[in-house]
Design a protein around this ligand. Structure first.
Ligand code: SAM
Length: 224
């Protein structure tokens, strides 16, 4: 799964701040972040939330705000993002553990064990297909029975739809939306690839909970 080129680009000095400043999509993603936050606590408030590739920590902050008893684990390969996240997550200081590391090593990260929720937002498309499968397997292994895996990610739509969506996305999410500024694996997994990979990881209780353009929210529950 490890893609040193991806990690190196996110870790370049100044890139994290530049990316966050240009990130017009985050306003649009507040809705799926809120939907996921509500769904995972609808029956029982989560106690331990792990956010993989958390970046500035905005999604993790939404869960910590909604569930005051919850503790968060922030994971990201970029040391610069750790600094951005410290600002976002300052109101929850004392409830967050930080791990700067590659998601490829997720299964060995002690801090991430026994999670009620494992989140990842806009990260999974940085993995190749075997990497995506390994990531879901590792994440499922960290979850307690009845725990939740949440993926928000960009997918490859069929035919001309990728181009169409990318053409119009700037109208909704600012001039940089849909224009990659760091290395990726192409093509991205399709909408169904994610559900297949989740099922292969044993997470068959899964659904597409929200979609806009080529960005999809998947919510999956581990069997109790
Ligand atoms: C597009 S940003 C998303 C940040 C945040 N989750 C959000 O949606 O606002 C992708 C993040 O994934 C991190 N990342 C990329 N590959 C990674 C890997 N293999 N392990 C851990 N973090 C990774 C990057 O450093 C970056 O912070």
């Amino acid at each position: 799964m490890t893609n040193d080129r991806v990690i190196a680009s996110w870790s370049e000095s100044g890139y994290a701040a530049q990316w966050q400043q240009a990130d017009g999509m985050s306003a649009m993603l507040r809705l799926p972040w809120a939907i996921a936050t509500t769904l995972v606590g609808h029956e029982r408030a989560p106690q331990r939330v792990v956010d993989v590739g958390s970046g500035p920590g905005t999604f993790l902050a939404a869960l910590l705000e909604a569930y005051p008893e919850a503790r968060g684990v922030w994971i990201d390969a970029s040391p610069d993002m750790r600094e951005r996240a410290a600002e976002t997550l300052a109101p929850y200081a004392g409830r967050v553990e930080y791990v700067v590391g590659d998601a490829a090593g997720l299964s060995a990260m002690e801090a991430a064990r026994d999670a009620d929720v494992v989140l990842n937002s806009r990260v999974a498309h940085h993995f190749d297909r075997p990497g995506l499968e390994a990531f879901y397997r590792d994440a499922a292994g960290l979850l307690v029975p009845g725990g939740w895996l949440v993926t928000l990610d960009h997918i490859l739509p069929p035919g001309d739809w990728d181009r169409r969506y990318r053409d119009v996305l700037p109208i909704f999410a600012g001039p940089h939306a849909g224009k990659p500024s760091h290395p990726h694996y192409f093509p991205f997994p399709s909408m169904l690839d994610h559900l297949d990979a989740l099922a292969e990881a044993g997470l068959t209780d899964a659904d597409l909970a929200w979609r806009a353009f080529y960005t999809c929210l998947y919510v999956a529950r581990k069997a109790a």
